[in-house]
Write a protein that binds this ligand. Structure first.
Ligand code: AMP
Ligand code: MG
Length: 492
């Protein structure tokens, strides 16, 4: 069976110093775990061909498909605030770009595909657990409606990787609007390669922000567009209780997609200071810090663009500051609008932001589960009887009662059929998120017992996060105290 990708590789047509050309390193015994059928179809790929032996060879890096231009991208990055001038794709190869049925251009990248000139000390490989985690969480994010890279496929390699112990190896096929990162710009800016930065800016505009090309100052418009997308992205993360965990500038996509799912996690009980990542010692990337960090990362992007923003430094800095000042209001507006919808409020009234903040404060004080509280609140829109199921999520249920009284009073101001309100709230308050204890159990079954059934079921559950799925309540129930996952470990 032939596997046809209609590649059109615009990044590989950029100058050679932006990347290294090399093929993936073949693996011993590739075996398919899963092909993402709807995504393959969206990309105009044949999912049956991808799942065939010839397709699996491509997904494992054992065969380079026709028309591909395999490259590892150069990038730098601030990791936990420290600048590292050379990172780059140390274990990933961009096969090429395809234009999907929707007309959108996307990268097809193999992650875990062997060493590259950017590998530094690493082995270029990925372990099965992190590959499955990225598959689960990125696809869950997509189904939740959050901009994100996607997972097209996962295969095992038949080779172990050493991560303190021997673990099964795997390769993820990642699909992204592009792999341009803030760190890509930094790599060339720090080398004084203004020409490369200009080419990257033009590439980013053509690919992600074509409207900026027509602006009076296209690079300024590019920066403003990236600022807006990042502000919206982080607001969406907060609305679903997502903690990225490693918001380094090399993990910040210019496209505004969520990228690089390492020790990321969804919160169970609400706590704005929550950190899961074992490597986040200073709590830099805590849930509630994410907007501030996104802004910090955007300042780093703006620094690389200064020479393109104006002729003289002073003016360039003023322009950059002006654009960056747009982050806070843009984030605040996105965040507020999303919280309104979560509470079933479709008009704006004074005091709405406080109403949302007060609920969150009560939740934090009372250890209330983030997703369950909002999901169960949907049902209380139709009947007061359902209040009991929200109350019981609060250590002190009376904290909820006082708040609920205020909320109901506010709802009077906004007449809406209760059934319609409930449906509208359910469409933004997911019943199903990738709960850490369920994800961990699925990864353990796959890595320790070669049992992929829990992984498959979880993927299916999470593909319809806003629908009630009778019989699958255990996927939406908060963890029992002994099931709680307190820490996640780095994706490598
Ligand atoms: P990450 O933590 O996955 O965002 O990766 C940070 C940097 O480390 C990137 O430059 C990666 O390419 C590189 N890296 C991570 N894991 C490996 C590995 N196993 N082999 C080589 N490079 C790696
Ligand atoms: Mg990364």
């Amino acid at each position: 069976m032939s596997v046809r990708f209609c590649f059109d590789n615009s990044y590989a047509r950029l100058p050679e110093r932006l990347y290294a050309r090399l093929d993936p390193t073949p693996v011993a015994a590739p075996q398919l775990i899963r092909v993402n059928v709807p995504l393959a179809e969206q990309l105009g790929l044949d999912p049956v061909a991808l799942a065939s032996p010839a397709g699996v060879d491509i997904l494992a890096g054992n065969k380079v498909p026709e028309g591909a231009a395999p490259i590892a991208l150069a990038y730098a990055g601030h990791q936990f605030g420290q600048f590292v001038p050379q990172l780059g794709d140390g274990r990933a190869i961009l096969l090429g770009e395809v234009v999907g049925r929707d007309g959108a251009r996307r990268d097809i990248q193999l992650k875990g595909s062997g060493r590259t000139p950017f590998s530094r000390g690493g082995d270029g490989r990925a372990a099965l657990g992190p590959v499955l985690r990225e598959y689960i969480v990125s696809e869950a994010m997509a189904a939740l409606g959050v901009p994100t890279t996607r997972a097209l496929a996962a295969v095992t390699t038949g080779q172990d990787v050493l991560r303190g112990m021997a673990l099964p190896g795997a390769v993820l096929t990642r699909v992204a609007a592009s792999h341009l990162r803030v760190g890509t710009f930094q790599y060339f800016a720090v080398r004084g390669d203004g020409e490369a930065v200009r080419l990257l800016a033009e590439h980013a505009i053509a690919r992600h922000y074509p409207e900026a090309a027509a602006a009076e100052h296209p690079v300024r418009a590019l920066l403003a567009a990236v600022v807006a997308r990042q502000a919206e992205l982080v607001a969406r993360w907060l609305h679903v209780g997502f903690i990225h965990g490693v918001m380094n500038t090399d993990n910040t996509a210019i496209s505004g997609e969520t990228i690089d799912f390492g020790p990321c996690a969804f919160m169970d009980e609400f706590n704005p200071a929550k950190v899961f990542s074992s490597i986040d010692q200073g709590d830099r990337y805590a849930y509630g810090n994410q907007p501030r960090i996104a802004h910090w990362n955007l300042v780093r992007l703006a620094e690389t663009l200064l020479p393109l923003l104006a002729e003289n430094d002073e003016t360039a800095v003023a322009v950059a500051q002006d654009v960056l000042a747009g982050f806070a209001p843009h984030f605040a507006a996105s965040y507020r609008a999303g919280m309104q919808r979560k509470l079933g409020l479709f008009t704006e009234r004074e005091g709405d932001a406080e109403l949302a903040q007060d609920l969150l404060a009560h939740m934090a004080e009372n250890g209330a589960d983030f997703s369950s509280t909002f999901r169960k609140l949907c049902d209380t829109a139709t009947t007061l009887d359902e209040d009991a199921s929200v109350r019981e999520l609060f250590a002190d249920p009376t904290a909820y009662d006082a708040w609920a009284g205020r909320w109901r009073h506010r709802l009077l101001d906004e007449p809406m059929d209760p059934q319609a309100r409930r449906a509208a709230m359910q469409a933004v308050n997911p019943a199903f998120i990738p709960r850490n204890h369920i994800v961990e159990a699925a990864l353990a079954a796959a890595t320790e017992r070669q049992d992929f059934a829990p992984f498959e079921e979880l993927i299916d559950v999470l593909s319809r996060p806003y629908e009630d799925q009778p019989g699958r309540e255990r996927f939406s129930t908060p963890p029992a105290p002994e099931e709680r996952v307190l820490q996640t470990f780095c994706g490598t």
